[in-house]
Design a protein around this ligand. Sequence first.
Ligand code: TXA
Ligand code: MG
Length: 359
Amino acid sequence: METVLYTIENPDGPLTENDLKAVHACGDIIKRGGLVAFPTETVYGLGGDALNESSSARIYEAKGRPSDNPLIVHICDLEDLRLITEDIPEEAYVLAGRYWPGPLTMILKASDAVPRKTTGGLDTVAVRMPANAVALEFIRASGGYIAAPSANLSGKPSPTKAVFVMEDMRGRIDAVIDGGTNEIGLESTIVDLSGDRPMILRPGFITADDLSDALGTKVITDPAILDPNCKERPKAPGMRYRHYAPKGEVIPVKGSPEEVLGYIKGELSAARNAGKRTGVICCMENASEYDADVIRSAGALDDAKAAAHIFYSALRDMDDENIDIIYVENFTDLGFGEALWNRLLKSAGSRVLELQTKS
Ligand code: TXA
Ligand code: MG
């Protein structure tokens, strides 16, 4: 299959006439049961008709994803929630009012309109209204319900640029809409509203504090996803698989900034002497301190937004350069940093190097 690439002229909107033409052509592909990758504010999604069982089956196949790992249904109008969900709690409207369109996915009770192929066999469904001009127009043009996981091959870092989607999906899907680099760079926050109390199943740009503030009650995060030693299984099926992993070994290093800098410098020279290709993901200030084959720097250590923005593309760069070992400095794990820390843990197979902090 030839994968057609459509390049959007004005991805931040308003969309140009050419843009609208491209997006509507892609909407028609979806209506015919095809697959189209598209930009959102988080990462690129691999879209198919959420109400068409065979489209969902094709998504799992294109990604090489286990079919018990459910897809997120993307909508462009709050009204459309009614067709695909049941018993919508008041909290859903409160959160939608504050954070939709935006990087928040809600788990709700699924109606019979949603094929169980889309929900991975579950009676709940994940729903999100993305805040991206191209995504919203594309969903509308497709009939209103787009099932979309991240547009990477299963196990690879989520794509934050169309070239990365092409790397993974060329020949496997009908089209890719290139809307530039995703603004946030990490997947949406997932909050489960189908249980007794709201719980975050995957941290993202909308934080636990944001949700607690909106709902007036403390929203907790699934303990299984932040603690590398937790024995419980994560509640979101997708959080149980090894994921976001480059080919090289990822080593998050925790400790005081000075210790981390000194430690990584020492390890880099040892790794190089052992004939390994080395990489570092670090804060801007330290980029010139290291001697490694690939160095990717973001903002300050407490700037989770800057680090999240480059994280997945940094991991892909490491693969392109055949890096064997990748050291990552200890960016903040507070607020949005919790999401970064969670993805970092997954890319590292939950191993963390903790330096003894001298007091
Ligand atoms: O930002 C995002 O959410 C991106 C863009 C494309 O919207 N999408 C995304 O989809 O990250 P995906 O498939 O890569 O991740 C969806 C996660 C998986 O961990 C899956 O197990 C979980 O959502 N999930 C989906 N439906 C669920 C459900 N009914 N109950 C629990 N977890 C669910
Ligand atoms: Mg994914």
